[in-house]
Design a protein. Structure first.
Length: 619
């Protein structure tokens, strides 16, 4: 119950911005995603290998620390032969550590690589499941700039998780390895005070814990704002990158309109927002540097000061003093791992928050009803599509103004093979009907009975030409090899793209190389190849030259036994298809009803009276 209470989304002005989730819940979510990833076995194998390498490295480091005693004692005795012998021992130990470090570095990189592969593929798979991406885009701030979360945040989270996890394990193993050494050395430290001799069990260990603990506390106190600031920075950076990308994509239109100055101001606003967050981060990091750098410099002298009383009293040799200093530094660095990595940990938590918020929002898309009042969708009888008492609303929340439209003809049954044109009153958003039939808009009332979605091909008003080869664009969303060469070339000839047959397998930005008529021709070529039973067009021929409209309408007329529904007004389609014409009638909002009721009868226009009468008599 506690986790469920924390999992409520944060809402600001009806804009979903994130979730109030505990760190444990976020880690459990990501572990679940990892466990179901196809790279799980690779990461587990690399983790086991890394753990073994870290264990061996810690053991060799203990040997290196123990080597300090005979080496420095040989210097104190001025024993040349022992000195060179210890140099040889050092060469063996250092060489072993070098090999282990190289192996660990390679394992680190491979682990980060597979972590990123698993995370990136999981997020993309979640994002591109049926209708999730579209629903997410209308979910408020959580759906803004998903590319940032899919690319940069996924990369940062994979790399930082690998680095921090390995660092934490290494620090823990070093701590366990050297704390015993330091405790044993502490037992030999005898202090003399006013003729009395005494020892403090674990003296050096407690000193290291106190030193590292105070540093950790101060770092947490000083750097507590870094998590939120890093999350804000990632968000602002994403907005800036989107603004730059958007301006670059539409630069011809911006230049023609002379809008460079306007765009410059817009982009400068985003730059200022990024710089403001970075400025706050700089202040927070500077304050944190007082703690981290201060304790970093003090560690050069602190272990010597701690062990000095025992050394000057004769309880330690010079070599033993160096061993104690080395062990203190190893224990202190292990204990101070949190301090040294507070900044990276803050960035990691910020990235984890953004990625888990994004992933949770995606997984909830299937469970939530995106509109307050929803249409009922049913499976239609074979060969039919039925709109029963269908009213489509523009409302997206309970607070929004109620508005929308209905089918003037009431309940409509469309049979297989029919040709339909849907017109509408002025101001009616006909595109919402297209989105309803595509099962992307739910706000309204009534029942919509649809044929199987795999039998329907939807052609939106704005064509989509994916990156890659022209063949892939024509075959989209199917694979490039679904249709044979002859069929593809024949379809290209029919839509006047025959001149591009030699470039079918050329990689290019076809959405830029082709003009709008050619981009729509790509869609009609796919229509000819797919041979659907039902076709729904969202005013797909609007704005085209008259001869192109006639050509595309003639192609539609040639499709036998195919039901074609054209949403929009088009003379070429009307002439070629002789369709049954349906009409979208605007609904009167409650606000308009209130205004009409408060207006004196003499002031009400005749057309408004007719409209209200129709509304009152409508079923």
């Amino acid at each position: 119950m506690a986790v469920e209470a924390q999992a409520k989304p944060n809402i600001q002005g009806n804009e979903q911005v994130g979730y109030d989730l505990s760190l444990f819940f976020r880690l459990r979510m990501m572990f679940s995603a990892f466990w179901n990833s196809p790279v799980r076995i690779k990461i587990i194998s690399l983790t086991v290998a890394l753990f073994l390498i870290i264990l061996v490295t810690a053991y060799v480091q203990v040997l290196l620390n123990s080597w300090n005693a005979p080496f420095y004692d040989s210097l104190a005795r001025r024993d040349t032969s022992a000195f060179f012998h210890q140099l040889g021992v050092f060469g063996i130990i250092a060489g072993s550590l070098l090999v282990l470090n190289v192996i660990q570095a390679w394992l680190n990189q491979m682990t980060a690589l597979y972590m990123r592969e698993g995370l990136a593929r999981d997020l993309v798979n979640q994002w591109l499941q049926a209708k999730r991406a579209l629903r997410l885009a209308s979910s408020g701030l959580i759906g803004v700039n998903p590319d940032q979360r899919l690319h940069e945040d996924a990369r940062n989270l994979a790399e930082s998780t690998t680095g921090l996890a390995i660092g934490l394990v290494q620090a823990t193993i070093l701590l366990l390895s050297f704390i015993g050494v330091l405790w044993e050395l502490s037992s030999g430290m005898v202090f003399h005070f006013r003729g009395a001799s005494f020892s403090v069990p674990g003296y050096m260990v407690w000193a290291a814990i106190l030193y590292a603990g105070s540093a950790s506390f101060l770092s947490q106190f000083v750097g507590r704002r870094l998590v939120r600031l890093n999350a804000d920075r990632y968000s602002k950076e994403a907005e800036l990158r989107f603004a730059l990308m958007h301006a670059n994509e539409h630069m011809p239109a911006i230049t023609i309109a002379g809008g460079e100055e306007n765009e410059r101001r817009r982009i400068n606003v985003d730059i200022s927002a990024v710089l403001a967050v970075i400025r706050q981060l700089a202040i927070a990091n500077t304050n944190l540097t007082w703690v981290s750098a201060g304790y970093g410099w003090l560690v050069l002298i602190i272990p010597i000061l701690v062990a000095a009383p025992a050394y000057f009293s004769g309880g330690l040799t010079f070599g033993q003093l160096m061993v104690a200093v080395g062990a203190f530094n190893q224990v202190n660095s292990a204990l101070r791992w949190y301090v040294a990595n507070f900044g990276p940990i803050a960035e990691w938590r910020a990235t984890l928050m953004r990625v888990t918020d994004f992933r949770k929002a995606l997984t909830e898309m299937d469970d939530k009803t995106p509109m307050p009042h929803t249409l009922v969708f049913e499976k239609a009888a074979p060969g039919t599509m039925v709109w029963t008492d269908m009213e489509i609303s523009t409302r997206t929340s309970d607070e929004a103004t109620e508005n929308g439209f209905r089918i003037a003809e009431g309940t409509v049954t469309i049979n297989a093979g029919e040709h339909i044109m849907v017109n509408g009153d002025h101001g009616v958003n006909r595109r919402l009907l297209f989105e309803v039939l595509a099962h992307q808009w739910y706000s309204g009332s009534g029942t919509v009975s649809l044929p199987p979605m795999e039998d329907v091909l939807f052609m939106p008003h704005t064509p989509y030409v994916p990156s890659g080869t022209l063949r892939e664009a024509i075959c989209f969303p199917e694979d490039r090899d679904v249709y044979d060469e002859a069929a593809v070339e024949a379809a290209m000839d029919k839509v006047s793209l025959g001149r591009l047959k030699s470039r079918l397998d050329t990689q290019a930005r076809w959405d830029r190389l082709l003009d709008i008529e050619e981009q729509k021709a790509v869609g009609f070529a796919h229509l000819l190849l797919a041979k659907p039973k039902w076709v729904v067009l969202d005013d797909a021929m609007e704005g085209l030259e008259a001869e192109i409209q006639a050509q595309f309408s003639a192609l539609l007329a040639e499709l036998t036994d195919v039901t074609v529904i054209y949403i929009g007004r088009n003379e070429a389609y009307l002439h070629a298809m002789s369709p049954r014409v349906l009409h979208l009638q605007a609904l009167v909002s409650r606000d308009e009803d209130d205004v009409a009721a408060a207006t004196p009868p003499a002031a009400v226009p005749a057309e408004a009276t007719v409209r209200d009468t129709k509304k009152a008599n409508a079923p």
